[in-house]
Design a protein around this ligand. Structure first.
Ligand SMILES: Cc1ncc(COP(=O)(O)O)c(C=O)c1O
Length: 373
């Protein structure tokens, strides 16, 4: 099996801890363990005395129960805990796709699953979110792309990089198209809980039997370093998925499983969403002011979820070259549209502390002025 480079991941992981201003991240400013414990109103005793065993490799029962509580009607048998949402995506795609299968994926999107599907499947076909319609999905195109060879449809809702959210009607239509072909759906819902208006996005959960939700703590919870994610799906599917995970990373980290239980406690979870929403709402204003102050350069739709804004720019420079200059000259890291196969865009992460965001945008300005001449 040959894999193509996952360009965005390599770009971020190489530079995100070396630059002064990391605007490449799509989640809110991560918490420290102390902040998490304070939010949960607990001390560090449980953490410090936790024996560092191998946990059960699909996640502790307590954690799976807390994850199941997010999805109405789900039980622990519907849940597999993974090392990040990315592992959930990887094992799910791996388990569902064979070399004769065709995959249809919403684009733009987080390209991990695109790359994995390209490796596992015969063909990966796109269906687009339409910029002119506020990044609404082109469901006519989806309908055309889905034929009898299609085994899997992949969507991310809320979406990365656009921050757009599907309506209930759009979700139902996607499900109907999948049902017509007997295809599975992976709905990556890792940005659910990070809505600016605090209204939980409509979920695919409960609408279809060939459905896997992937998600985790990295975005809406500000806990990416725990590397806790999950897949939620039909019980037989999840039991089989566990066998795949045995071959990747065995168990989630013991301390991570414990911290995840603290974060997902029913009293703590809403406080974390509140923190996330606070950061998003505090920062989107300055970002929008900055972008809309340059109407000759930027066109964008305000994100409805996630700490990311996907802006089209009118400048005579390729997006990777622009990102490179921002990094080299100003120590600011953004994600170029090239990483979504869409030159002429930049994805700006706005989940960093507000003063940092403001200084970073000033620095972006300097480079933009120099490019614009
Ligand atoms: C849609 C989507 N899914 C999954 C991930 C990866 O999540 P994790 O860091 O939990 O592995 C990302 C990260 O950017 C993402 O945007």
């Amino acid at each position: 099996m040959k894999i193509n480079p996952f360009r965005m991941e390599r770009w971020q992981s190489t530079w995100e801890n070396r630059v002064r201003f990391n605007l490449s991240e799509s989640g809110v400013h991560p918490m420290t363990p102390t902040e998490l414990l304070e939010l949960a109103g607990t001390d560090s005793q449980a953490l410090l005395s936790q024996r560092l065993v191998y946990n059960q490799s699909n996640g502790t029962e307590e954690l799976r129960e807390l994850v199941a509580a997010i999805y109405t009607g789900a039980t622990i048998d519907n849940v597999l805990v993974s090392n990040g949402g990315s592992e959930a995506n990887y094992v799910t795609t791996w388990s569902l796709i064979g070399p004769d299968d065709v995959v249809v994926m919403e684009v733009p999107n987080y390209m991990q699953v695109w790359g994995a599907a390209e490796a596992f499947a015969r063909e990966v076909r796109p269906f687009h979110l339409d910029e002119k319609r506020g990044w609404a999905p082109d469901l006519e195109q989806l309908d055309e792309q889905v034929d009898a060879d299609v085994k899997l449809i992949i969507v991310t809702n809320p979406n990365n990089p656009t921050g757009a959210i599907l309506t209930e009607a759009e979700i139902d239509r996607i499900v109907a198209i999948a049902e017509r072909a007997g295809a599975w759906i992976i709905a990556d819902e890792i940005y659910a809980g990070a809505e600016l208006d605090g209204r939980w996005s409509p979920s695919f959960w409960g609408r279809y039997d060939r459905l896997v939700i992937t998600a985790g703590l990295s975005k809406a919870y500000g806990l990416p370093g725990l590397r806790i994610g999950w897949a939620v799906g039909p019980t037989e599917f999840i039991a089989n998925l566990w066998s795949y995970k045995d071959y990747t990373s065995i168990a989630p980290g013991t301390l991570s499983d414990l911290c995840a239980r603290i974060a997902l406690d029913p009293d703590t979870r809403p406080k974390i969403y509140e923190r996330t929403r606070g950061i998003l709402n505090e920062n989107l204003g300055p970002l929008e002011e900055w972008l809309s102050g340059r109407p000759d350069i930027f066109h964008y739709r305000a994100p409805r979820a996630g700490a990311i804004c996907y802006a089209r720019y009118q400048l005579e420079i390729n997006s990777s070259a622009l990102a490179q200059r921002l990094k080299d000259e100003q120590s600011v890291l953004i994600v170029p549209g090239d990483h979504f196969n869409m030159d002429g865009f930049m994805r700006i992460g706005y989940g960093v502390p507000r003063p940092e965001l403001i200084e970073a945008l000033d620095r972006v300005e300097t480079v933009i002025k120099s490019v614009a001449g």
